[in-house]
Design a binder for this molecule. Structure first.
Ligand SMILES: Cc1ncc(COP(=O)(O)O)c(C=O)c1O
Length: 423
């Protein structure tokens, strides 16, 4: 009980140390990742992990819940404060273990097996949990999809056509790889026309929504889900919100419908993250995320790279290699991810609209600025990073360039350190 991790389990300790060093010295551009604060790490590593607390605060199935009740109530209060808009009474449930579980809870509350759900196509930027056949959302329910147009923009006429054709019970808006503003109001008018409920999955843009830098899904959406670990910069986890009248169904769908005991250490960490996001500085952070993405997008385009939709309004961009003048036609997303990784720049391959390659190969790369912005990198660094990306991708056979660049990337990362007391 008294031994440190290093003493008790050197093998696990060593892997954690290596990962800390990777996070410190590599440039993280995966759009869904971020760095949490030391305060959040402390809450995550707390003995709250020991506590079973099935049920909601003050209505638990276990004794000894007085302190975790308090922390869950703090998390709930702060989440409401972050996402409430005037004139719309919302409820929140902070217990979903992750974004996927938050979406499952909505499906369980709103649907019967076999009902139709309409979401954005996975290869056009949607998420697996929006009705893909390989996910329970597509095997338990009838998943149908809308696509983006030739410019890479969600065409509301197409959404309406699909909705009229399929008469879904639930329409899902929200995405994993969509660089533009989402028009929740337009989605609601289509949902009303076909008698559907509307879910916004704001997993990616939650921080931007919380700070008013992206329009809110409320009051238009009946349900709103999010992860807490992307632009919101909290611990890994999920959050589900709904207009008040739908909350009872959501609460019982989370527990006992979908989960057992909530992860109280994560809920404590979510409370800390929501507290951080309520501070005025967090809006400055989110604005910088957007400014950095815009600067990076502009530079990449000026270097001959094509971005889906011609740029970005948010924290991410999608590089379309197949239609980029600057890239070899046979350079795949998989190869780009690999060679950028060799240069110390971490991205993920991504399908692009009209994708011709498999999801394991792809023709695109998704790039996001939330993590580098947390390190306090700004526009000059974003432009520099765009140049590095362009240099690597225009010379995919130049191993020496990548070796040299890895040192330069490391130098930049060390000028903007994270976790100075760790590793
Ligand atoms: C839009 C969207 N919804 C849901 C999820 C699932 O979140 P999790 O990985 O926490 O289950 C993701 C994750 O990337 C996402 O992008």
């Amino acid at each position: 009980m008294e031994a440190t991790l290093q003493q008790a389990d050197p093998a696990v300790f060593a892997t954690i140390q290596s990962e800390i060093h990777r996070q410190k010295d590599d440039l993280e551009l995966i759009a869904s990742e971020n760095y949490v604060s030391n305060a959040i790490l402390e809450a995550l590593g707390s003995p709250l992990t020991n506590k079973y607390a099935e049920g909601l605060p003050n209505r638990r199935y276990y004794g000894g819940c007085e302190h975790v009740d308090e922390v869950e109530n703090i998390a709930r209060r702060r989440a409401r404060e972050l996402f409430t808009v005037e004139g719309c009474d919302i409820g929140v449930n902070v217990q979903p273990h992750a974004g996927a579980q938050a979406n499952q809870a909505v499906f369980l509350a709103a649907l019967n097996a076999g009902d139709t759900i309409l979401g954005l196509d996975l290869s056009h930027g949607g998420h697996l949990t929006h009705g893909s056949p390989v996910n329970s959302s597509g095997s338990l329910y009838n998943g149908v999809h809308y696509q983006v147009d030739d410019q890479g923009i969600i065409d509301m006429n197409v959404v309406r056509e699909r909705a009229l054709e399929h008469r879904p019970k639930l329409i899902i808006t929200g995405a994993s790889a969509y660089p533009r503003i989402i028009d929740f109001e337009a989605f609601r008018s289509i949902a009303d026309e076909v008698g559907a409920l509307l879910l916004a999955d704001i997993a990616h843009i939650a921080g931007l929504v919380a700070t008013g830098l992206h329009p809110s899904p409320f009051p238009h959406c009946h349900y709103v889900t999010t992860t807490t670990h992307k632009t919101l910069r909290g611990p890994r986890g999920g959050l589900v919100m709904a207009q008040r009248e739908y909350m009872k169904g959501i609460n019982s769908a989370v527990f006992p419908g979908n989960q057992g005991g909530p992860l109280m250490h994560c809920i404590a960490a979510k409370a800390v993250a929501f507290g951080e996001a309520l501070q005025p500085e967090f809006k400055g952070y989110c604005q910088q995320v957007i400014d950095n993405a815009a600067a990076m997008a502009d530079r990449l385009m000026s270097r001959g790279f094509s971005l889906v939709s011609g740029g970005t309004d948010n924290h991410l961009m999608l590089l379309d290699l197949a239609s980029s003048d600057a890239a070899d036609a046979d350079l795949t997303g998989k190869q780009a991810e690999l060679i950028l990784g060799e240069a110390g720049i971490t991205v993920n391959k991504n399908t692009v609209p009209g994708e011709q390659r498999s999801p394991m190969v792809t023709s695109g790369v998704r790039i996001g600025t939330p993590a580098m912005t947390t390190r306090l990198m700004g526009v000059p660094e974003s432009v520099q990073v765009a140049d590095w990306i362009a240099d690597v991708l225009t010379s995919p056979n130049d191993e020496a360039l990548r070796a040299q660049m890895k040192l330069e990337v490391q130098g930049l990362c060390r000028r903007f350190p994270i976790y100075p007391k760790l590793g």
